[in-house]
Ligand binder design. Structure first.
Ligand SMILES: Cc1cc2nc3c(=O)[nH]c(=O)nc-3n(C[C@H](O)[C@H](O)[C@H](O)COP(=O)(O)O)c2cc1C
Length: 218
């Protein structure tokens, strides 16, 4: 007998195939040890177009499932609606948001997710992608998120004024060309700053750099 639609149906229905993003976009998250995804707001329902191994390790979902879906599959019955609304607002206003929200892994295990959602703009300053970055907060050590933020503040404090300026634009989701334009510097100089910043911040990918900058309150 057919029991009618179950809540799991949304997780098993077919999703449209999305074209893979270019290598540069994949590289934003590929090398990050932090669970990360990239979504494309120009496609219907803002689906994920790239994810990394850490995201699969954290959530239990494999790439075949993830790509083409909106990230709402992490939410569930006890997810705080007001925090979901904060993420929605960030997406709407194209601003970074960092919230600690209750999410669910594939096997149904709930987890506290310190999720960052940040816009990424293209060379012309148009919204191109969103970066999502998920850190599991241990319920027995709930201050991890705060510890991460304090560490980020400490690291950023030691940067030069120029490096902080560049990082602030990176946190806003701007690419080298636009940052160069904003600071009246050459793109090459910005590239150099970016490389130095990645080293100094110990950030293996741009996704980590954006996350750290937002955690530092930039
Ligand atoms: C890049 C990106 C990453 C996201 N990551 C999460 C996440 O980790 N957890 C979560 O609950 N929502 C996340 N969201 C929000 C959901 O995709 C979705 O917008 C939210 O659950 C609201 O769902 P609704 O559109 O059905 O109201 C993310 C959104 C974007 C754009």
């Amino acid at each position: 007998m057919d029991d009618g639609p179950s809540p799991d149906d949304a997780k098993t229905t077919a999703v449209p195939t999305v074209a893979p993003p270019n290598a540069a976009i994949r590289a934003l998250v590929e090398n990050s040890p932090i669970a990360s995804v990239i979504s494309d707001p120009r496609l219907p329902d803002n689906p994920i177009v790239a994810s990394n191994k850490a995201f699969t390790a954290l959530t239990g979902y494999d790439e075949d499932f993830i790509i083409g879906r909106n990230c709402r599959f992490l939410a569930g019955d006890a997810t705080e609606p007001w925090l979901t609304e904060e993420i929605r607002r960030g997406v709407r206003e194209q601003k970074s948001v960092l919230v600690e929200i209750l999410n669910y892994k594939k096997d149904g295990t709930p987890f506290q997710n310190a999720v960052l959602v940040a816009p990424l703009f293209d060379d012309d300053g148009e919204l191109e992608y969103f970066l999502g970055s998920q850190v599991e907060i241990d319920v027995d050590a709930p201050s991890l998120a705060k510890a991460r933020r304090m560490r980020a503040v400490e690291i950023v404090k030691d940067l030069s004024k120029r490096q902080r300026e560049v990082l602030r634009f990176i946190a806003k989701g701007l690419l080298n060309k636009q940052i160069a334009h904003e600071l009246s510097l050459s793109e090459r100089t910005i590239k150099m700053h970016r490389a130095i910043l990645m080293k100094r911040l110990n950030a293996p990918s741009a996704a980590d750099m954006v996350r750290l900058a937002v955690e530092a309150g930039m």
